[in-house]
Design a protein around this ligand. Structure first.
Ligand code: SAM
Ligand code: SF4
Length: 330
């Protein structure tokens, strides 16, 4: 049974969904995110331990959160990734454990991920052309990741999504290829509008493209907008009677994107971020040190909700304190 979420903000939004970053580190160099690769900050704290993560998730689950997404950086590079997944998936109240990955070593690991209790996977694939994929991500691994996608179906994943950042001049001419790609695959491929962050201002100017090019093309090809399910996030999903797969659009710059916000974020150091583009986070780490702190932790989470704003204000050029999305989990 799905719980009625107890965490709410001043605008009547409720939060059944937590995105938990396991690490800022990443082994890829996506040109819009970490073009020079991951660089450790001086005096950087350690990532949350398995025990701290467990306490965090137990507190949120007690507040009605039932869906968790593990993200990063690249979450799967943590050596205890499977232990974390197995622990979270066994916690009372957690009904869906998802993760977002760049697909590294997915062929070998898909079955282990499934066996650890992960049930939904988002794989980032920004181009279907190996050369272009390499240009965007810094890694010549497209074909390997495609095999990983097949391994996910074989392993039993029933929810498989593909994330594709829409990039003017880099992959915007591939739309019809992506549509053909999902034709016979039970996946939902989501185009994400490129978001401006602290570190990618020039890149944003060169490569940002409004998602309306996607919706206009889909509608002209006979795709339809799927009715929104209750509690669905901000993605708009399109279906076509003849296509097995679906195409989605995540357009943070569209009007009213934030009204359906249903998620909170916790960084790999244990800070609560009320918005991907907020001004820094609220550290909860000091409340993760003993089991007895659970009530205090929950009270703190609930009381911080008054600071959640109605919108991200990206339209006004705000990119908050987020240098890149790897820093608090995209
Ligand atoms: N490393 C994993 C991956 O790439 O799938 C998980 C973390 S990554 C930050 C999560 C998602 O955010 C990826 O799909 C990535 O393409 C997307 N992303 C990163 N930076 C972005 C940006 N500036 N605008 C839009 N999407 C972005
Ligand atoms: Fe790494 Fe994901 Fe950022 Fe790419 S988008 S650099 S894979 S964290």
């Amino acid at each position: 049974m799905v719980h009625e979420p107890l965490i709410a903000d001043a605008f009547g939004r409720r939060f059944p969904y937590l995105r938990l970053s396991l690490t800022d580190k990443c082994n890829f160099r996506c040109s819009y995110c970490l073009p020079n690769g991951y660089a450790k900050n001086k005096n950087e704290e350690d990532d949350l331990s398995l025990l701290e993560i467990t306490r965090m998730v137990e507190a949120f689950a007690g507040l009605g959160v039932w869906k968790i997404r593990l993200t990063g950086g690249e979450p799967t590079i943590r050596s205890d990734f499977l232990d974390i997944a197995a622990r979270i998936s066994s916690l009372s109240g957690i009904q869906k454990l998802a993760f977002t990955t760049n697909g590294y070593k997915l062929v070998e690991r898909a079955q282990d991920y499934y066996n650890a209790g992960l049930r939904a996977i988002n794989i980032s694939i920004d181009s279907l052309k190996p050369e272009q994929f390499k240009t965007i991500t810094g890694h010549d691994r497209l074909l390997e990741i495609m095999d990983g996608l097949e391994a996910c179906f074989a392993a039993g994943f029933s929810t498989v999504k593909i994330n594709t950042v829409l990039l003017k001049g880099l992959n915007d001419t591939e739309l019809d290829d992506f549509i053909r790609f999902v034709d016979d695959k039970p996946v939902s491929l989501r185009f994400i509008e490129l978001m401006r962050t602290g570190n990618n201002q020039d890149y944003f100017k060169r490569h940002h493209l409004s998602g309306s090019v996607i919706s206009n093309r889909l509608l002209s090809l006979g795709w339809h907008v799927q009715a929104r399910e209750d509690g669905a996030g901000p993605a708009v999903e399109f279906y076509h009677p003849k296509s097995v797969g679906k195409i989605g659009l995540i357009a943070p710059y569209s009007k009213d994107f934030c009204t359906s916000c249903n998620r909170l974020r916790v960084s790999s150091k244990g800070a609560l971020h009320l918005c991907l583009f907020g001004e820094g986070g609220y550290s909860l780490r000091h409340l993760l040190q003993q089991d007895e702190q659970k009530q205090e932790l929950q009270d703190q989470i609930v009381s911080l909700m008054v600071y959640k704003k109605s919108s991200h204000f990206l339209h006004e050029g705000n990119s908050g304190a987020t240098p890149h999305l790897a820093s608090i989990g995209g």
